[in-house]
Every structure is written in C-alpha cells, then in structure tokens.
Design a binder for this molecule. Structure first.
Ligand code: MG
Length: 205
C-alpha cells in the first residue's frame, strides 16, 4: 500500500507493471535519502509518480529526464505510437503536456524536476551525485549504452541502478536494456539485487 497514490494511476499511459512500480518505490525510499533520483525516460510520468511519492517522504527530489519526443517505437507508423500524444501542428510526438498534467494532479510539482533534454546533453555538465538512477529510455543499443555511460558515473556508493525492460527472450522485447544490464553486472561495480519482473536492480559498491 503506497500512501497518496492517485486512484487513477493505472489509467496513466505507460509500460510499468505493479510489482515493478512497488520495487521502484521501495528502493527510491531508501536510496533517495542518499541523494536525488534520476529517471531517464519519464514518458507520461507513471513511474515518476512512484519515485516522487517515495522521495517526498525522505526530503528528496526526482530529476525526470526525457526529451518528450518519444522513443523509436513511439513514432508515427511504429507499434507503440499513440495518436493522443502526437502534436499534429508541430508534426512531432509530445508527451510533456501529459507528463506535467499527471505530475501536477499527483501533487508532486515540488518534488519532481523535469529535465526536458536528451540524455547526452543533460549529462554534459552534470555534477550532482545521485542516490538512484533508473534507466527506462530508448531501446536502441546506442540509446541504452549512452544512458548507462552518461549516468552510471554519477551514482553514489550504496546507490541503486535500476534498468527497465530486461527480457531474457528476444521475442519478449528488445535486447539493448538487457545488454546494458549484463554490462553493469560484469563491471564489478555493483552488487546484484536480482530482477523484479523486467526490472533489473543493482547496488553501487
Ligand atoms: Mg520501459
């Protein structure tokens, strides 16, 4: 039971199972006390709300990084394209409007700090050590590797690295997050905390 979780949380667009959401909340409550949480790939804010509620209780913040133009699979003609999230005037996907609405309605405007940018641009001058990094961005190998390389170095000792969409079976989904997860496991930098559904969890040593 998560206090103040919006009644309509399951109506918020997104790709996050309940057990994964609860695991994110649990780890963010603990790791968010070490330093701020950074989420890569906020989309419409469903996972951001779980992270935000966790950090509200420990005085923390959530940096919600997303260019809000959708990943490869969200573009027009692709499998996960959602016409409601398409700005026809500009001819681009725009998830930021929906994201802001959901964060405001959840009462988390003071906890969640949106960073509307690409991963590399946001990381270029980043100096703040992080208590938790949640990688849930693009699923191309290039995007997933960039997210890992840009943000892993900012994780504090004892902090949590969470990676979404870890699929052993290539038929279940793209393999880039899985490849990055294996890379983190093999790096010797992390204690393996196992997997919850498709959410891989590691603790920085
Ligand atoms: Mg995901």
């Amino acid at each position: 039971m998560i206090p103040d979780l919006p009644d309509d949380i399951d109506q918020i667009k997104g790709f996050l199972a309940t057990d994964e959401a609860e695991a994110l909340y649990r780890h963010a409550r603990e790791a968010g006390a070490l330093g701020p949480v950074l989420e890569i790939g906020s989309y419409c804010g469903k996972s951001t709300i779980y992270l935000g509620l966790a950090c509200r209780d420990n005085g923390g913040s959530v940096f919600a990084l997303d260019h809000h133009r959708g990943s490869e699979e969200h573009q027009q003609g692709e499998f996960f394209h959602d016409p409601e999230l398409f700005d026809a005037g500009e001819g681009v996907v725009d998830t930021f409007r929906e994201f802001r609405r959901n964060i405001r309605r959840a009462g988390l405007d003071d906890i969640v700090v949106p960073v509307v940018a690409g991963s590399e641009a946001a990381a270029r001058h980043w100096r703040t050590p992080l208590g938790m990094v949640f990688i849930d961005g693009g699923h191309s190998l290039d995007a997933a590797l960039t997210d890992y390389r840009c943000w892993e170095p900012h994780l504090l000792r004892g902090g949590i690295l969470a990676i979404h969409d870890i699929f052993e079976d290539a038929h279940a989904g793209g393999q880039a997050p899985h490849a990055v997860y294996r890379m983190a496991q093999a790096s010797g930098l992390f204690e393996d905390l196992g997997v919850v559904n498709s959410l891989g969890l590691l603790r920085r040593l």
